[in-house]
Design a protein around this ligand. Structure first.
Ligand code: C5J
Length: 226
């Protein structure tokens, strides 16, 4: 499949591609969660949910591999270095009791992926202690086992965990595309800058495209099955 993208068309085939959904967890997206507690406007992030749902549904329908990530630490925080825990709002740190349970701790209500995008049987769920999806996870090995060479990214936040994961992916040899309307930041100018820098210099990190381009391509695959 060849789709219009920036800085030039992006080519992928389903058998060697995965849809990677970064950190669409309740604490970042839902009102009353950790993100809002920090003073962020979470409606910016929740606005991308319908577009993400449409792509996820089409990708599942086409039989593509799906990977979900959560930013999640062990309950004893042994995988959360002080350099991470001691940043941010001193009133509320990783591991503290937040409005939806302990913040960024695996198994807590706020750490679950939002119901609209909840994983189904057979999909891969990666708990990652870092910003990037490849750091201290087995993601690279899992993708290699599946013969994956191309990654299509959605999720939050654009300039933090999404961008870090795309850069990690690029260094590991994956061709990556970010779906422009399926990613968001609490700071819109950071999103815009991130899209620009990912695709600068001939796609130094990867490609970006609107989700409609992927939906059209997947629609043509579905058409071939009829
Ligand atoms: C943070 C993220 N901490 N998913 N995480 O911003 O981008």
């Amino acid at each position: 499949m060849l789709i219009p993208a920036q800085p030039f068309p992006y080519e992928f085939d389903l058998a060697h591609s995965a849809l990677v959904i970064i950190d669409m967890q309740r604490d970042f997206i839902e009102p009353g969660g950790f993100g809002e507690t920090l003073g962020n406007d979470v409606s910016l992030l929740s606005a991308i949910v319908p577009a993400c749902q449409a792509v996820l549904q089409a990708w599942r329908g086409a039989g593509g591999l799906v990977v979900h990530t959560r930013e999640a630490h062990r309950p004893d925080l042994s995988d959360c270095p002080p350099a991470k825990r001691l940043r941010g709002n001193p009133a509320l740190r990783i591991g503290d009791q937040g409005p939806m349970g302990r913040i960024l701790v695996a198994g807590e209500p706020g750490n679950q992926i939002i119901p609209e995008l909840a994983p189904v049987d057979g999909e891969i769920v990666i708990d990652k202690p870092g910003k990037g999806a490849f750091c201290a996870t087995g993601l690279h090995e899992i993708l290699q086992d599946h013969g994956i060479s191309h990654l299509l990214f959605m999720g939050v936040t654009t300039e933090v965990c999404v961008q870090t994961s795309m850069r990690e992916a690029n260094d590991r040899g994956y061709d990556s595309l970010l779906l422009e309307d399926c990613t968001e930041s609490y700071f819109p100018h950071f999103k815009a800058a991130t899209l620009d820098m990912l695709r600068a210099q001939g796609g130094i990190v990867g490609w970006t495209a609107p989700s409609a381009a992927v939906l059209t391509a997947l629609g043509s695959v579905a058409g071939q099955h009829c």
